[in-house]
Design a protein. Sequence first.
Length: 316
Amino acid sequence: MTDSEQSIRLIVPEECAGSRLDQAISIIMPEYSRSRIQNLIKSGHILVNGSPSSQKNKVLGGESISVDIPAVEVREDQAEPIPLTIVYEDENLLVVDKPAGLVVHPGAGNPRGTLMNALLYYDKALFALPRAGIVHRLDKDTSGLMVVARTEFARQYLIDAIKLRNVKRHYFAVVQGTLPRSGSVDEPVGRHHHNRLKMAVVSNGKPALSHYRLLEKLNGYSLCEVRLETGRTHQIRVHMSHLGFPLLGDPLYSGRAKMPAGLSEEARAMVLNFPRQALHAFKLEFSHPISHDTLSLDSKLPIDIEAVIHSLKMVA
């Protein structure tokens, strides 16, 4: 499937005089991100008075600008009829409740069968947006809420809101050990020095801030709520492991499952065989890109996490 190429012609207004080219075009075309505009300039898809230019060149006002938006080519078979749970939708965005086991984007080892493939089937208009409007991600085995843009304006608005920490993301997690009542982890996260599959707290990592709150003690485990200020890869999994409270079932960061004294045989079996990290994104709160009303969406704990919590409450 190919989205038709769009050509835009515009004149730089006098009030933009003295601005960099990319800044001026960002003002005139706020529905496109600065980085996308810079890429279009570098690739020759933006001409000034008929000629290529550098994004750093200053404009004088009155220049004729032509912007050619390249066609987006996506194979028709990338739209797949995968069931989706939609908890909110309008013409600007969707909020989906992703099940555990569903990969967000196609990639090595997962060319099909992803959330992106499902979204392209659900709404063919998403072919025109980068990553089908997906603006953030959850790990394959993390379940819960994700917001997806349906327009370029909404996409850039949500990306900026996430960068400015204006999207509130809350998670339920079951962790090993008895967690303190509440606290924060403000530690940089980056690629593990020796295991490239893992992330870790490293001095040269990106800033990462997580807040946690104990909800219930579970016989040597804890149910907690974690709220993210930033969204680094594996952030909650890394931060809780760094504290000494790794997530139940986490194949990368938990090591061997601990068996506190007093656990029932059912609880032991559930802990040993729990197939994923016990992490669920249960709440999203953000301002709507058009109305600016606050949207607050919730998702119930999935059955597998509910079951292991119930088992952990049972004593031998």
